[in-house]
Design a protein around this ligand. Structure first.
Ligand code: FMN
Length: 372
């Protein structure tokens, strides 16, 4: 093993920090190390024979981000002896009893399985915990708590890098229950939850229309419409935009949250009833007996179809309502207005290789200097 590629996906800089530490360890052991930024839209390169691929990515909903899973599934086939390791960068929390590391669920298993299908042999997996960046839902750590989390993450990354450099590896072990549950939650997150979370983002009146969020979005999910950002269902929910915005204008909308939750609850209640009534009508009877596989399947299909409505037309309606100033104030208010933002120290994200629609290309050059 004399070559290594580190594929990084980092929303707010933690995974980039861990990747830098691991790269240093591998270089110190004499390996030629190159880095690819999956968050800037790069694809995985052709592997070299006997080379090592290290995927170092934030963990979102017990899963690698949807963007990362797509890149892994499309990875060029492994060369003879190619191996792959996965670093799941998690979110730590500070409680009354001290610092608790995050948990990646089955994220490493999903990533290694995807790479296994491309011919890679597993070389190791680890959880590395840095400050939590889910600013959409909770205030990030600050001050001494944040520093303690950064120090913990650095130490975990260094220990794993040293192991990899010595040709050894450790693996995250999951019992059958946590493995299956983790994979299920990860799958639901990638397919549905991240899209619903994207629906909660709004830009309030502090938005200057600079377009930094659109240019730096790792999933190319933000377009500028009428000088304001709009989130599509391509969002991986990495929370880079909310943390990167120079005027902290991006918020989680309470009104949208209530609407999305209310709509989902109503759907969940209505779908089985409508399914049973439909089946009864088709069968020509007055009532469909019980709740069996047929009504379950139809109920699920109805729920999925109406969820599409929630992800598209409902959002368009809300965006139209946001054009009116009083409604905008209502629709853009939420707890995140009071939250500090989080970026790992020194992190300045690369912009994607192609410009998002509606983004003025002459502004691209100034973006890196505007990122905090
Ligand atoms: C939507 C969302 C879901 C998350 N899910 C998890 C999770 O399942 N487990 C975990 O330990 N951390 C989770 N986190 C926290 C991030 O993985 C963590 O803060 C990570 O260090 C961020 O890395 P980055 O700065 O490279 O993006 C989540 C964060 C977000 C925004």
């Amino acid at each position: 093993m004399d070559e290594a590629t580190i594929a990084v996906f980092s929303g707010t800089g933690n995974a980039a920090r861990a990747a830098g530490i691991v790269a240093d360890r591998l270089r110190a052991a004499g390996l030629a190390v190159s880095t690819v930024d999956l968050a800037a839209g790069a694809a995985l390169p052709e592997p070299s024979a006997g080379g090592l691929l290290v995927v170092c990515s934030s963990t979102l909903g017990f899963s690698p981000p949807s963007t990362v899973m797509r890149a892994l599934r499309r990875a060029p086939r492994a060369a003879p002896g190619s191996r792959a390791a996965v670093i799941c960068v998690c979110g730590a929390t500070m409680g009354k009893t001290g610092l608790t590391g995050g948990w990646s669920g089955a994220a490493s298993i999903a990533a290694l399985a995807a790479l296994g299908r491309r011919g890679y042999r597993a070389a190791g997996s680890v959880d590395v915990s840095y400050p939590e960046n889910w600013t959409q839902a909770s205030p990030p750590a600050t001050g001494a708590d944040r520093d303690a989390m950064l120090a913990r993450g650095d130490a975990e990354a260094a220990a794993f890098g040293t192991l990899l450099a010595s040709g050894q590896g450790t693996f995250l072990r999951r019992n059958p229950l946590t493995r299956s549950l983790g994979r299920f939650v990860g799958f639901v997150f990638r397919v549905l939850a991240r899209r619903a979370l994207a629906r909660l983002f709004v830009a309030d009146d502090a938005c200057t229309g600079c377009g930094l969020c659109a240019a730096a979005c790792p999933s190319g999910a933000i377009t500028m419409r009428g000088g304001r950002p709009a989130w599509s269902t391509a969002c991986s929910a990495c929370n880079r935009c909310i943390n990167l915005c120079p005027t902290a204008a991006i918020q989680t909308s309470t009104a949208r949250l209530v609407l999305v939750l209310g709509f989902n609850a109503a759907l969940m209640l209505a779908a089985p009833r409508v399914a049973r009534a439909t089946l009864a009508a088709v069968a020509g009877g007055s009532a469909w007996p019980g709740f069996g596989p047929a009504s379950f399947a139809l109920g699920l299909a109805l729920y999925a179809a109406l969820t599409v409505l929630q992800l598209g037309p409902l959002d368009a309606l809300l965006r139209a309502a946001e054009r009116s100033k009083p409604l905008r104030r209502l629709l853009t208010s939420g707890p995140t207005k009071r939250f500090p933002r989080y970026l790992a120290p020194g992190f300045s994200p690369a912009t994607r290789t192609e410009s998002p629609p509606g983004f003025p290309s002459d502004r691209r050059m100034s973006l890196r200097s505007r990122a905090r």
